[in-house]
Design a binder for this molecule. Structure first.
Ligand SMILES: C[S@@+](CC[C@H](N)C(=O)[O-])C[C@H]1O[C@@H](n2cnc3c(N)ncnc32)[C@H](O)[C@@H]1O
Length: 397
């Protein structure tokens, strides 16, 4: 009991101490900064002296109106990301005219966009039409630890178009994405390379940070091989292998994602510990590993399809193997929790859903597993651990 309680602290300390000795430390520091310290430290460019600071007027429209117009802000953030404004501001404040010239935007329109974003704390409006990045806005830069630029672009493009048809999903119970794009999300991503790049890069950026939250909460000792099923470009698994030198891993995904994963592996230093295999998880997954991780995969699918994937993992896993799902868990009752909005996103984008603890337990049981524990992490996602249950023989019949 006591050992069980101490485990997360131990996993966290070990992960931190290992990370300090590697090049992954910059990313770990970034996740710690975002999670724990951001509220305590002022923005790099403080709004002292910023235009409008002394204004007493703070009249806001009714809360419901603000909520209903939330897409104004989300589209404004998307346009800033698409134009690469944060990259242009990374070395210091710049006037809006210079930024308009660099991005090919209309000067007045860009000024209005940046003024609106400054009113939300993403940029800081200084004197003389100059704008700077706030600490929040720094995450819109490309290729920095904790970058959200790619995920913001995919949210502002294919997600936004599909969400415009939410009414269809609620009336029919089927994905709005399919009615807008004429096919399912993953089929579409195999055909549109630009959309796939933004989606996969966005997932990679998010799950790269998530990997640290998982390692700080979940003890990987005792695991010698992992298959990351639906592992995308492979960054999640690479982060784990980077801090666990005794583990070997396989990234498994559809062909286009694996082509990218292989390109990324070329530059990495895993000494043959990481491989990438293309395939379809509805047919089979690579055999013989003692842990199968599925990060943000099961929430893409309805129960029947999820059970098929989970059974394929069970068939493939080594004796004494375990399954690790990294997903949000919807709390019971009327708790305010982001998982409930993400659940709507799954309704719009895929056939999937977010699940409660009881729903995970039922799903895992139907696929021949026993849910052993749910380990919360610093991120909104938890690690849902399961092992093969007793009905192994019957489920394949
Ligand atoms: C939401 S993404 C999660 C990616 C990754 N686990 C992460 O967290 O960054 C779902 C992944 O499932 C993969 N996928 C979808 N259908 C698949 C299939 N039939 N077989 C294998 N992978 C599939 C997608 O290509 C995508 O990389």
């Amino acid at each position: 009991m006591v050992a069980g309680r101490l485990l997360p602290t131990w996993a966290m300390l070990r992960t931190l101490s290992r990370a300090r000795r590697t090049e992954q430390w910059a990313e770990v520091k970034s996740i710690l900064k975002q999670r724990w310290f951001s509220v305590l430290r002022p923005s790099k460019w403080s709004s002292t002296g910023a235009i409008g600071e002394n204004s007493k007027s703070n009249s806001q429209p009714p809360a419901l109106f603000r909520m209903a117009s939330g897409y104004w802000l989300s589209q404004a953030i998307y346009v800033a990301a698409k134009l690469g404004l944060a990259d242009l501001l990374k070395d210091g404040p710049k006037p809006s005219g210079e930024l308009a010239a660099a991005t090919g935007a209309d000067e007045q329109a860009l000024f209005r966009l940046m003024r609106a974003l400054s009113s939300t704390g993403i940029l800081v409006h200084l004197q003389n039409d100059c704008f700077a990045l706030s600490r929040l806005g720094e995450n819109l830069q490309s290729d920095v630890p904790g970058s959200m630029r790619a995920i913001v672009i995919t949210l502002g493009e294919i997600h936004y178009q599909a969400w415009g048809n939410l009414l269809h999903s609620v009336r029919s119970g089927s994905p709005a994405f399919n009615s807008v794009f004429g096919m399912g999300l993953f089929e579409y991503l195999q055909r549109d390379a630009e959309a796939a790049d933004a989606f996969n890069k966005g997932m990679t950026d998010v799950s790269s940070m998530l990997a640290y939250a998982v390692m700080m909460a979940y003890d990987f000792s005792g695991i010698s091989s992992i298959v990351d099923v639906g592992g995308g470009h492979g960054t999640f698994l690479q982060r784990i292998l980077g801090l666990n030198p005794d583990i070997i891993g396989t990234i498994f995904d559809l062909e286009p994602a694996i082509t990218k994963a292989k390109q990324r592996l070329n530059g990495e230093r895993f000494g043959g510990r990481c491989s990438a295999v293309a395939g379809d998880f509805f047919d089979s997954v690579p055999e013989g590993a003692d842990a199968y991780i599925l990060c943000s995969v099961i929430h893409d699918w309805h129960d029947d399809r999820s059970i098929k994937i989970l059974r394929n993992c069970r068939k493939a896993m080594a004796k004494n193997g375990r399954l690790l799902l990294v997903e949000m868990v919807v709390p019971d009752g009327d708790t305010n929790c982001y998982s409930k909005l993400l659940d709507l996103n799954m309704l719009v984008m895929t056939e999937g859903r977010e699940r409660t603890r009881a729903e995970f337990s039922t799903l895992l049981d139907a696929a021949g597993y026993k849910l052993t524990r749910i380990v919360p992490t610093l991120a909104p996602q938890s690690v849902i651990e399961a092992v093969p249950g007793n009905s192994r023989r019957t489920i394949y019949d």
